[in-house]
Write a protein of this length. Structure first.
Lengths: 716, 159
């Protein structure tokens, strides 16, 4: 058995929505800093060099050196002993506000309640590329822990100095430093009083090993839970400014349509209404959303339609036909596939497809924009506040320090809110109306004018020996992306390629990126190969797998599920799938029932085993895994964007079916807590197992192999 | 069009001056700054905007404010009493029944409405009653557990 190799994190070419932007350099003179935050102790985090390369996902071609090398976060212990962390990471439901609080509290030896996180406010936090790629836990968390550890050591040093004792004799606990010999104790606030100490993290700030964690490794309830259940938390769409007006934007009838004529006269006669017409942008500002809607309806516009665009029913043909050859970013080759196929006694080739799907975050895009003294401030929901600041600076030809973006914890994103459309629109309206503007996209706008998870075509072929060893593997992904395109199974001869395509629809990141599509194809195909070899799917996988972490996940899920111990009843089926991405290892078993009359599929039971290294917050990790499975059922069974010639045909929840209570199975989670391994992120990878596990279970129930996501929008 | 000049929300009379046809959600959020009720779809499909109208859960985004005049309206802001959370709010915290939390207020309002008429629902009944609500983060099993827990604690209060 070999251990998991250090897989270099693949640059992710499917981040189509991210454009190359200039590097930002953050610098705040020390004196100014203490003027703003008050006295105390400040520790700056400096990004480690490896971290930069892993987040270099924007264009996939930027060298590591081009990324910011300055401060990535900082931590402040004030004169009251209160701790504030300043980070550009944002809270979107993945619960990092809580897990980072635990990380800081652990190393600083304080109660989590004394730690506050100031997140995603570009005027107050250092530059951050964005919150995506499951990077917060493996990169931001260790940095903040080092900063907290350095602050603790600085506080111990201050106490040692004041008491003239050896610092090694002092201990820190519960927000205070104690000298056990004399019984003297001083709170962090007392020690920080009157100080202005700023330092960078020392090169070797020691971290508490996971086995000794007291606050990390334990469940901690969401730190903003009470604000949420009382309705007090202000999401981006809840922000209100004095004198604020409400905006609406006139949308073209189809993608790519240009404005031919516009009559604004009627709209402009409505009291309080400002109409803005700037190129193809037409919008209104009004004293209330109702008046804004009336004003929008009063506009009379004609549009020039663009040339014919591809439609959903020709999508997969289009993707194959318009592929740009192999892309080296997602290409891997070992041995000779031809030789491997020649050695095989059984061969198989199949094609899988995935549809465009919508993120459909329950809070649609929203922004409140205000211009004051030549400076633009925008409150908006985004996973990339600094990216949106760049978009605004570019759109309004402003220097970046004239733009502030604030991101209140938002109503989810799932990779779908990397861009700043609503922010730019609100700012344009506010500029014209000379008043702050609130703009909230309608559900239809969110379904139509945001971006989608890429559709794709995946072709797989392989050869196996008569005893089930895979000898050759060829895998081509057209358009959906290269994330987790490689296989962990031991195959001597491989050819793997990602083929980018100019997508007919605007596309971008989605929870787990293409790891979902690639795992769907790979793990469905593995099931097909197992049946071809007349082997049990678990046995077949294990025969071709030496990676210890994935083996452990598969075995743990199988054991909890009862794989091989119980048999499905008639009309039911069992399926399994496993895989790895972004440092996490997942295995999922599912039981489905197919209704003999309606042919509808119901997912009855799901078991997911997950290993993301040392577990930071077990209850929240379970929550993420349960949620990923429930969300993934939609893409697996029924979610698909329908489109025709530049129009979205199903931009409403009544037409675009998302998982609801009746779709949600019992989800059992097995956590593999590897205290000896650094923690990875967990918001994404747990989703990759559910679609192939369901597909394989449908095959087990019906003998029917479904190779297109969604698999059963109208039943099997 | 007829105007609405007063609303009774969480036991407090609010003077307003809006068209009777305006959506209750828009009046709550945009005129009165009661933003706990959320916009999710504007079509009554997601449940994020749910409030109680005379004790019954209603989608405020498709309820004309004229229909809500002269009826007691309860929003998420009205459940906490003297710093004490409503048992349903507490149960959502205890079960960790949220991720982004954007659907939570609507879920809680419908659950309060359910338990008022049906104090001991089965899991299936809870799921059925909440079917019109979307939690895109997929915390459905936890929400069911929260409503079950709330039913139990309300039962204990009664007995």
């Amino acid at each position: 058995m070999k251990t998991s190799p250090e897989i270099p994190i693949l640059i992710e070419p499917e981040r189509y929505e991210l454009h190359a932007r200039p590097t930002y350099h953050f610098g705040l003179p020390r004196r100014d800093f203490f003027k703003i935050v008050g006295g105390g102790i400040v520790v700056f985090c400096l990004p480690v060099s490896t971290f930069a390369g892993q987040e270099a996902g924007r264009t996939g071609r930027r060298p590591v050196e081009a990324l910011p090398q300055d401060v990535s976060a900082w931590l402040h212990v004030n004169e009251n002993g209160e701790i504030t962390v300043y980070t550009g990471k944002v809270e979107v439901g993945q619960n990092i506000r809580t897990s980072l609080t635990q990380a800081v509290a652990e190393e600083l030896c304080v109660a989590p309640g004394s730690v506050q996180l100031l997140m995603g406010d570009t005027d107050r936090v250092p530059f951050d590329m964005g919150t995506f790629g499951s990077r917060t836990t493996p990169t931001m968390s260790p940095q903040l822990r080092r900063a907290a550890s350095a602050a603790r050591e600085a506080l111990i040093g201050l106490a040692a100095e004041a008491w003239h004792v050896d610092r090694a004799k002092l201990t820190a606990a519960n927000g205070a430093v104690t000298d056990p010999a004399s019984g003297r104790t001083a709170s962090y606030g007392e020690l920080a009083k009157g100080r202005e100490i700023a330092q960078a993290i020392p090169a070797e700030a020691p971290l508490t090993p996971a086995a000794q964690w007291k606050i990390m490794g334990q469940p901690l309830a969401k730190v903003t839970g009470r604000e949420i259940v009382t309705g007090r938390h202000r999401y981006p769409s809840d922000i209100k400014l004095p004198g604020m007006l409400f905006g609406k934007v006139l949308r073209p009838p189809a993608f790519g349509a240009t404005l031919a004529s516009l009559d604004t006269q009627k709209a402009e006669q409505i009291p309080g209404v400002t109409v803005v017409h700037d190129g193809n942008f037409v919008g209104v500002a009004a004293p209330s959303p109702r008046v804004a809607e009336s004003a929008l309806a009063a506009l009379s516009a004609t549009w020039k339609s663009p040339p014919q665009q591809p439609s959903g029913d020709e999508l997969f043909e289009y993707l194959k036909k318009n592929a740009h050859g192999g892309d080296d970013r997602g290409s891997q080759a070992t041995g000779s596939v031809e030789k491997g196929l020649a050695e095989a006694s059984l061969r198989l080739k199949q094609t899988y497809t995935v549809a465009y799907i919508a993120h459909a975050p329950l809070e649609p895009r929203a922004a409140v924009a205000e211009w004051k003294d030549g400076k633009l401030s925008v409150w908006t929901g985004t996973q990339r506040p600094f990216g949106v600041r760049g978009e605004l600076a570019e759109a309004f030809r402003l220097p970046e320090d004239h733009v502030r973006v604030v991101m209140p914890d938002m109503g989810s994103g799932y990779g779908g809110k990397h861009s700043g459309e609503a922010a730019v629109e609100a700012a344009r309206l506010a500029q014209a109306a000379r008043r702050p503007i609130k703009l909230v996209w309608t559900r239809e706008e969110e379904f139509t004018w945001a971006y989608f998870r890429p559709a794709g075509v995946i072709e797989v072929s392989a050869g196996i020996t008569s005893d089930g060893a895979i000898t050759a593997w060829e895998f081509h992904n057209y358009n959906s992306g290269a994330a987790a395109i490689g296989t962990l199974y031991n195959i001597p001869n491989q050819r793997i390629q990602f083929h980018p395509v100019d997508s007919p629809l605007r596309q971008g990141s989605y929870r787990s990126l293409a790891a979902t599509a690639n795992h769907f194809a790979r793990e469905s195909f593995m099931d097909e190969l197992a049946h071809l070899a007349k082997m049990d799917p678990l046995e077949f996988r294990l025969k071709n797998l030496t990676d210890t972490r994935l083996r452990a996940a598969l075995e743990a899920a199988a054991q909890r599920f009862g794989w091989g111990q119980i048999k499905p009843q008639p009309g039911h089926g069992f399926g399994m799938a496993g895989g790895s991405d972004k440092g996490g290892y997942v295995a999922t078993c599912a039981e489905v029932a197919v209704d003999p009359a309606s042919r509808q599929v119901r997912v009855l039971r799901v078991v997911t085993a997950f290993d993301c290294g040392a577990v930071v917050n077990p209850d929240d990790l379970r929550n993420q895994i349960e949620g990923a499975n429930n969300m993934g059922i939609g893409g697996a069974l029924f979610e698909a964007i329908q489109f025709e010639n530049g129009r979205i045909l199903n931009p409403h929840f009544a037409q675009y079916r998302v998982p609801r209570f009746s779709d949600a199975p019992a989800v059992e989670v097995v956590l593999i807590d590897r205290k000896d391994v650094a923690s990875s992120g967990a918001g994404e990878t747990p989703i990759v197992g559910i679609a192939p596990a369901i597909g394989n279970a449908i095959f087990s129930a019906t003998g029917k192999r479904l190779r297109a996501l969604p698999m059963a929008p109208k039943g099997v | 069009m007829a105007r609405v000049t007063e609303l009774l929300i969480n036991g407090v009379k609010y003077p307003v001056d809006v068209d009777a046809g305006a959506s209750l959600l828009s009046v709550l959020r945009d005129d009165l700054d009661l933003t706990g009720s959320k916009y999710g779809c504007g079509e009554g499909q997601c449940g994020a905007c749910t409030v109680l109208l005379a004790g019954t859960p209603r989608r405020s985004c498709i309820t004309p404010v004229g229909d809500a005049a002269r009826k007691p309206i309860t929003t998420i802001e009205g459940l906490e009493k003297d710093g004490q959370l409503h048992p349903v709010q507490q149960a959502f915290l205890d079960e960790g029944a949220m991720q982004c939390g954007y659907c939570t207020s609507g879920m809680i309002m419908t659950a309060v409405g359910l338990l008022a008429v049906h104090p001991e629902p089965t899991d299936l009944e809870i799921a059925h009653y909440l079917e019109g609500h979307i939690c895109r983060c997929g915390t459905y099993p936890r929400i069911i557990a929260a409503v079950r827990r709330a039913a139990k604690s309300l039962h204990e209060v009664r007995t």
